[in-house]
Design a binder for this molecule. Structure first.
Ligand code: UTP
Length: 289
């Protein structure tokens, strides 16, 4: 049995250049899919996996995220006065408990590995989760909950993986697989963004991780990798062999919401899956097909 995962890091320090001009004055993580910001999907997924402490690694211009996870007294009072009870209850339902949210600033966008390292003092010496809000997953059981179940039985590092077309390996960290039962794959090696002909497999890492705190010592070396950034993948690769390390082929479909077409597709899929607007969305799409 391994220690339960109670803390999650949400790195939201990226610049979101692929979504300019939308992200000029608004964080990428506040882009809505249907009617909910990406970051709220990630926080709700963490809550469903039993996470109790929410650590945001922010950067310049991310104040909207702090406001989003706080009470909005004027709005709540207005909803109360207008008798909008269900809207009010819904607004309060997903707010984290007082004192369970912490923010730290990534003072320069030096890469995902650096963002995670910036949260080291808030995490301390226990296993923790990392969720990238721009990877949005539509599944029956939330992806992080599936990973927490796996982590409870195998411990060590558990990362979410999925098979991708070989021509896409350059977009991902790619696993060199060890033992593989089709659902759980032993991570025998990891390479960040390999060219298709150099990729050790087509098993790609996506933005959900449960990690052992010993990763901070590796990240602290500040080694730069692909693209001149401090890559999380490189420190994970350095941990192979030290403790169990598995990739979980989660149940569900992942959308790359950091990419325009992926974001568009997520809006379609989430709208169609919604009981309240699914039928109307399907009807609205018909003339375009
Ligand atoms: P991306 O590679 O998507 O970069 O980061 P980005 O800056 O957010 O977006 P583009 O490419 O300019 O459009 C992947 C994840 O890592 C986080 C991002 O917030 C995103 O969740 N990240 C990246 C950081 O928190 N800090 C960094 O220095 C880099």
């Amino acid at each position: 049995m391994s220690v339960r995962v109670r803390k999650a890091i949400f790195p939201v320090g990226g610049l979101g250049t692929r979504f300019l001009p939308a992200t000029k004055a608004m964080p990428k993580e506040m882009l809505p899919v249907v009617d909910k910001p990406l970051i709220q999907y990630a926080v709700e997924e963490a809550q469903a996996a039993g996470i109790e402490e929410f650590i945001f690694v922010t950067g310049r211009g991310k104040a909207a995220i702090e406001d989003h996870f706080d009470h909005s007294y004027e709005l709540e009072k207005t909803l109360e006065e207008r008798g909008k009870v269900s809207e009010l209850e819904e607004l309060r339902r997903w707010l984290p408990r007082h004192g369970s949210v912490a923010y730290t600033r990534q003072m320069a966008p030096l890469g995902l590995g650096h963002a995670v390292w910036c949260a080291r003092n808030l995490v301390g010496d226990e296993p923790f989760a990392v969720l990238l809000a721009d990877d949005l997953i539509l599944s029956r059981r939330p992806c992080l909950a599936q990973m927490a179940d796996a982590h409870a039985s195998v411990g060590g590092n558990v990362i979410a993986v999925m098979d991708v077309p070989r021509e896409h390996t350059k977009r991902y960290g790619i696993v060199a697989p060890g033992r593989d039962d089709g659902r759980m794959v032993e991570v025998a090696g990891l390479v960040e963004k390999p060219a298709p002909e150099k990729a050790p497999s087509t098993c790609a890492v996506i933005g959900r991780y449960i990690l052992d705190p010993s990763v901070f010592a590796h990240l602290g070396k500040g080694m730069k990798g692909a693209g001149g950034e401090i890559q999380l993948t490189d420190s994970l690769a350095a941990m192979i062999g030290a403790s169990p390390f598995h990739g979980l082929r989660f149940e569900g479909k992942r959308f790359d919401c950091g990419d325009k077409v992926g974001f568009f597709e997520a809006n379609l899929a989430f709208a169609l899956a919604r009981p309240d607007i699914g039928a109307a969305a399907r009807e609205a799409m018909k003339p375009y097909l």
